[in-house]
Design a protein. Structure first.
Ligand SMILES: Nc1ncnc2c1ncn2[C@@H]1O[C@H](COP(=O)(O)OP(=O)(O)OP(=O)(O)O)[C@@H](O)[C@H]1O
Ligand SMILES: Nc1ncnc2c1ncn2[C@@H]1O[C@H](COP(=O)(O)OP(=O)(O)OP(=O)(O)O)[C@@H](O)[C@H]1O
Ligand SMILES: [Mg+2]
Ligand SMILES: [Mg+2]
Lengths: 314, 247
């Protein structure tokens, strides 16, 4: 990262009728940064992106994106960025090659230059063997890589990826994130949304949206320090979810969250693990192991986005 | 009583692709069975065969003892399906979509109202009942589709990647609802790309290239892989992660 700003958003607001989808959002993203934009469904992530790429006019506020104002020069913004939409980025009836040629046409690339560019991108995204496959017949993970290739075709220095890995299996997600990291290390800025908290761990900084507002923005490590203080235990065993309600009345227990098939219990430092074990076992659970755990961004997400959800113990 | 769903040695090709190659598994009443596997493993094909939407080339499926392709009305009424690409009526509001699906399932008005209320609360769509489906965010749309599918509480429920794009808070709450369903004796088969959801199933079948490569309770599957702590480790170990260095 060079300290140069790729995006400067100032007081972005977007209303739909009476409803405010994005509410006074300001932030900066540096060149080469992987910037994760998180929040619950409907928090306003896609709406923010659609404004930043010049597709949707802000109700008020402005942003400089790749050096252009989204208000004054949305067309220039569109030409300088790459975008992978949450819904569809490819024509399902066309082969991968034809999709990329089509994208190239839209960016006024043609002939030899386009051909070479497509070859290079197919190589880079590991898609050469799928070149002639009709997009509909591709597995989800491969399709998403093809969509990324489309977004990169005109060589943008800034890409917006709106849930690029939704529904994609863990192996393909790893591949995809390897590409994202490569892009970043070459100086391309990546603005990405995801509901996979393990992916958010790979971002340089993460912004968290709640009901249209950007309520937290920091590195993953600092978000954890700020929002998940105290000690955390990971509990594994049987019958834990059913018994977890009993923990809520124990003094010193701050939050109880299901984590996989087990629990993450955040406590004041003075509380001992034994107390948790005893309480759970009295409530009918069998505790196989209890060990200190590092908080994850999922813990942060739950603290910030849903501090008062009763969890799964109901 | 036998298992609610029996899939036995199922095969199915599409042209040169062998989507299913001798798939077998069973799910009991009261069981939450997870189908997990890489993109293209055959999960959707398996679910469509169970739903009677696709004829296998070989092998056998029974749902509550009946072949779903020949079961007629009885099977249709006892089987619910949420397809991977579920579509709603974009011009109808959230409320109108729910009403529409309630009618399809012929739910009595009182039952419909109670279920719709609970589903609206769980999906957090209550404040948006008057919004057109087309104006919902991606995840809200998916949650509405799921709510419409869950209105019908049949003895056998098939859910094909029902929570893609749904945020972590709602995913927990929806999963909680599924637990309640199976506690009441429903049999649920769910496919998912989320490894934390795989961990929450009673049993998981790990599918690869059209058949199961592992099956069992998630904790047992994790224990069987040396050094594995989470289901993701099982997935990576069994699906040939050899060429993939850790992310
Ligand atoms: N055209 C529109 N008319 C009315 N409301 C809209 C419109 N477009 C978006 N909204 C609303 O704005 C809010 C934010 O939507 P947005 O798509 O930005 O959410 P998101 O954070 O991307 O959610 P998800 O994680 O589900 O993708 C939602 O409540 C949505 O219904
Ligand atoms: N109608 C069809 N025509 C041709 N090929 C098909 C068809 N349906 C499925 N296939 C192929 O069969 C294989 C299994 O597909 P299926 O959709 O069952 O996988 P899946 O496990 O559901 O994948 P995903 O996680 O991407 O949803 C894939 O190679 C797919 O391309
Ligand atoms: Mg979105
Ligand atoms: Mg599928």
């Amino acid at each position: 990262m060079t300290g140069e700003a790729s995006i400067v958003a100032q007081g972005l607001v977007r209303r739909f009728g009476e409803f405010t989808a994005v509410d006074d959002v300001s932030f900066e993203v540096e060149r080469g940064e992987i910037f994760g934009y998180l929040g619950a469904n409907g928090a306003g992530k896609s709406t923010t992106i659609r404004m930043l790429i010049g597709l949707l006019a802000p109700t008020s506020g402005d942003a400089q994106v790749a050096g252009h104002s989204i208000r004054e020069h949305p067309e220039r913004v569109k030409a300088s960025i790459g975008y992978m939409s949450q819904r569809f980025s490819l024509y399902l009836d066309l082969s991968v090659q034809h999709n990329l040629e089509f994208f190239g046409g839209a960016y006024r690339l043609s002939g030899r230059a386009l051909g070479r560019r497509i070859d290079a991108l197919l190589e880079r995204t590991d898609l050469a063997e799928h070149r002639d496959t009709i997009t509909r017949d591709l597995p989800g993970g491969v399709r998403q890589r093809a969509a990324l290739a489309g977004a990169l075709l005109h060589g943008p220095r800034l890409v917006f990826l709106d849930e690029p890995t939704a529904g994609v299996d863990p192996l393909s997600r790893r591949r995809f994130w390897r590409l994202i990291r490569e892009l970043s290390s070459e100086g391309t800025t990546v603005f990405v949304t995801t509901h996979y908290m393990d992916e958010a761990e790979h971002c340089h900084r993460v912004g968290l949206m709640v009901a249209g507002r950007l309520v937290a923005l920091d590195t993953p490590a600092d978000l954890k320090r700020t929002h998940v203080p105290g000690a955390m235990y990971a509990v594994e065993g049987a019958g834990l979810l059913e018994a977890s309600e009993a923990l809520r009345s124990v003094p010193g227990v701050r939050t109880v969250q299901p984590f996989g098939a087990g629990l993450h219990v955040r406590v004041d430092p003075a509380l001992r693990a034994e107390t948790l074990t005893q309480t759970l076992e009295r409530a009918g659970a069998r505790v196989a192991s209890i060990a200190p755990a590092d908080p994850t961004l999922e813990d942060v997400f739950l603290e910030v986005v849903a501090p008062d959800t009763p969890g799964e113990a109901a | 009583m036998g298992p609610a769903i029996v899939v036995h040695d199922l095969s199915r090709r599409f042209g040169s692709t062998e989507a299913l190659r001798g798939l077998s598994f069973e799910a009991r009443a009261g069981e939450l069975y997870g189908l997990v596997g890489p993109d293209g493993a055959g999960k959707t094909t398996a679910i469509r065969a169970i739903a009677g939407l696709l004829a296998p080339d070989a092998g056998r499926v029974t749902v509550l003892g009946v072949d779903p392709l020949r079961g007629g009305r009885r099977v249709r009424e006892s089987l619910g399906l949420m397809p991977q690409e579920h579509s709603l009526y974009g011009d109808l509001t959230v409320q109108e979509n729910l009403t529409f699906f309630g009618r399809i399932f012929c739910l009595p008005r009182r039952v419909h109202r109670a279920r719709a209320e609970r589903l609206l609360a769980i999906t957090r769509l209550e404040p948006f009942v008057d919004r057109r489906a087309a104006a919902l965010s991606g995840g809200m749309y998916k949650k509405l589709a799921l709510a419409c599918a869950l209105l019908h509480e049949p003895p056998v429920l098939l859910l094909d990647e029902p929570t893609n794009g749904v945020d972590p808070v709602s995913r927990r709450e929806l999963w909680q609802l599924l637990y309640r369903f199976v506690d009441d004796g429903m049999s649920v088969v769910v496919s998912t790309p989320y490894m934390d959801e795989a961990e929450r199933c009673h049993r998981v079948g790990l599918m690869h290239e059209g058949r199961l490569v592992a099956e069992g309770r998630p904790l047992d599957l994790i224990r069987a892989v040396p050094g594995a702590a989470r289901f993701e480790d099982v997935f990576l170990a069994r699906i040939g992660a050899s060429d993939e260095e850790a992310a």
